[in-house]
Design a protein around this ligand. Structure first.
Ligand SMILES: Cc1cc2nc3c(=O)[nH]c(=O)nc-3n(C[C@H](O)[C@H](O)[C@H](O)COP(=O)(O)OP(=O)(O)OC[C@H]3O[C@@H](n4cnc5c(N)ncnc54)[C@H](O)[C@@H]3O)c2cc1C
Length: 530
């Protein structure tokens, strides 16, 4: 197979036929020489605002590939091997019990799916509701402020990314074809097929919910079982091995293989595991605020005169502050909503979400600043306590509502009393408050410096009526559960996986870590007994 890169197409002439013509010209071949072509990546090159175009990467099968390669010696035409997801070689150790997966986020679902596809009949325990019911709990929270602390934006089937933009991009390399496996599964379960070719693939919260339902049904059809309202509350260890688990403080389940795909908001579970002697360490993360602009401002800045012809634009900005901290934008949601994603009573956090159409009037993104042990202490759980403190301040300052401030008032340390030209777009109740009083001084100063720098890159980024809201604390896990090369903790039979265990960040990498964990279990054990 041959990969052809850097195929440039005028955005006004973007069609399959034109792309095919370009490939024939580039490879100096005739239509009859082309057996198959598959778009691998499509991106927008908008570096020159007067000349914005699409750039394609395409895999082609030809009648005579050797000849085509001889004729084209450029780096844009290369021979490749197709990356397909491999078959997993089964191990020999007999499992006494069906493998247990805790959590039905992307990590838990993909781990369970791979186990199920290989005949290992996993059992998933999920503390929250089925995705269909979870939607009602979340809507009720956003409308009436009544929090279901077990089923919310962070907890419940689908995991933390269910009410998100559903961005799927990742920078990890993928020789094993796991990313392809994730995207293909999403597509089979209802995601738009464009996710497999876009360089910034995204599903959107409205579509993602159905995709999750379909993944669940696949797992069940393949012999898996899912229990909802079922929280892992304790574990029993014998001879340094997992022996059984306790669900909802009552039900004992025998268990010899336990996957912890609990996400980074399950602080009670992480504390329980720590108290049981599972070795973990704290890790650096980032905290900050979320910023809202009109999407139009971002489109104009990124695409210039072509902005009306292209989908809503995104951005990624970084800055090194004078106090030597990294300041960066995170989880940018074009045409999105800023959502109250709280999951603990008396604590408030926000995040961003978009529907597939990305059709809200505003763009939003977190602006976060890195923090580490020097800021929160040496104990493995100190980072979590640092996050909790900020979340409690945010809750108090906003009286339980999202605290909001205009950028000009944030700079002048003054609570706002009206919005400017940007109409706020929130899911959840909000109120004006002084965000300077929520975050530590060094974070506020870093954000203010960062905003000024970002304004040089996107003109209008730091306009006085730019809307800020707080707080963003869950950019990544504050702990890492230590695992060895077989993905096991110091207690045998326990597999920490995904974002909560500190091994991924985002939907795709969490799904990949779930797949890798399933592979480790399959390679070690046989399913003959199950
Ligand atoms: C609002 C929002 C928007 C986001 N947007 C994006 C985005 O656009 N793109 C992106 O890549 N990432 C996004 N993320 C991050 C992404 O959602 C996470 O990285 C990803 O979901 C982590 O996957 P996970 O399976 O490891 O953990 P989670 O998704 O957190 O799943 C963990 C699951 O375990 C369950 N659980 C926890 N403890 C227990 C227990 N004791 N017993 C039983 N069940 C338990 C939880 O209920 C949850 O369902 C967003 C996150 C949020 C909150």
């Amino acid at each position: 197979m041959i990969r052809v890169r850097q195929i440039k197409l005028d955005i006004k002439k973007d069609s399959f036929d034109n792309l095919q013509k370009k490939i024939l010209t580039k490879l100096k071949i005739k239509i009859n020489d082309l057996i198959e072509m598959k778009i691998i990546k499509k991106s927008i090159d908008a570096r020159d605002k007067n000349n914005v175009f699409y750039v394609y990467e395409v895999n082609v099968k030809l009648t005579d590939e050797k000849k085509a390669l001889e004729k084209n010696k450029s780096n844009d035409v290369i021979e490749i091997e197709e990356e397909n997801y491999k078959e997993i070689k089964k191990g020999k150790i007999l499992l006494k019990n069906r493998p247990v997966v805790i959590g039905a986020g992307p990590c838990g679902l993909f781990c369970a799916l791979i186990l199920a596809e290989n005949g290992y009949k996993p059992i998933i325990f999920e503390r929250g509701e089925r995705v269909e019911d979870r939607i009602n709990s979340v809507e009720n929270f956003w409308k009436n402020g009544i929090l279901n602390s077990e089923s919310n934006v962070c907890f419940g089937e689908g995991g933390a990314g269910t009410f998100s933009d559903g961005k799927l991009n990742t920078l990890v390399s993928d020789k094993e074809g796991r990313i392809k496996k994730v995207y293909n599964t999403f597509i089979k379960c209802g995601a738009p097929s464009e996710i497999s070719i876009s360089n910034k693939p995204h599903i959107g919260s409205n579509v993602l919910r159905d995709v999750i339902k379909n993944i669940r049904n696949r797992i069940i059809n393949l012999g898996g079982t899912i229990y909802y309202h079922s929280c892992l509350t304790s574990i029993n260890i014998e001879d340094n091995k997992i022996e059984s688990i306790i669900i909802n403080k009552r039900k004992k389940i025998p268990c010899d293989t336990l996957v912890l795909a609990i996400g980074h908001s399950a602080r009670d579970t992480i504390k329980m595991l720590y108290d049981k002697g599972i070795i973990m360490e704290s890790k650096a993360f980032a905290v900050g605020l979320r910023v809202q602009h009109k999407q139009e401002l971002i489109n104009n800045s990124q695409y210039g005169k072509f902005s009306k012809l292209l989908p809503p634009a995104s951005y990624k900005l970084t800055y090194q502050s004078s106090n030597k901290r990294g300041v960066y934008t995170f989880c940018m949601c074009p045409g999105g909503y800023v959502v109250d994603s709280s999951c603990e009573k008396g604590h408030l956090i926000i995040n961003g979400m978009s529907n597939h159409e990305r059709d809200s009037e505003n763009a939003n993104s977190a602006i976060v600043v890195t923090v580490d042990k020097k800021d929160f202490g040496e104990n493995p759980l100190d980072g979590i306590e640092y996050q909790r403190k900020l979340e409690a301040y945010a809750y108090r300052k906003g009286n339980g509502k999202i605290p909001v401030q205009l950028y000009s008032d944030y700079i002048n340390n003054k609570t706002s009393d009206h919005f400017g030209s940007i109409k706020p777009v929130f899911k959840g109740n909000y109120t004006f408050a002084n965000l300077n009083e929520i975050l530590p001084y060094y974070i506020n100063e870093s954000i203010k410096e960062g905003m000024k720098d970002f304004d040089k890159k996107i003109n209008g980024f730091a306009n006085p009526d730019t809307i800020l809201a707080g707080v963003e604390t869950r950019t990544s896990s504050a702990v890492r559960i230590i695992r060895d090369k077989d993905f096991l903790t110091n207690i045998k039979g326990i597999y920490p996986s995904g974002e909560g265990a500190g091994y991924s960040g985002g939907i795709t990498t969490s799904a990949i870590d779930g797949i890798k964990t399933a592979e480790k279990i399959i390679e070690r054990y046989t399913n003959r007994n199950l």
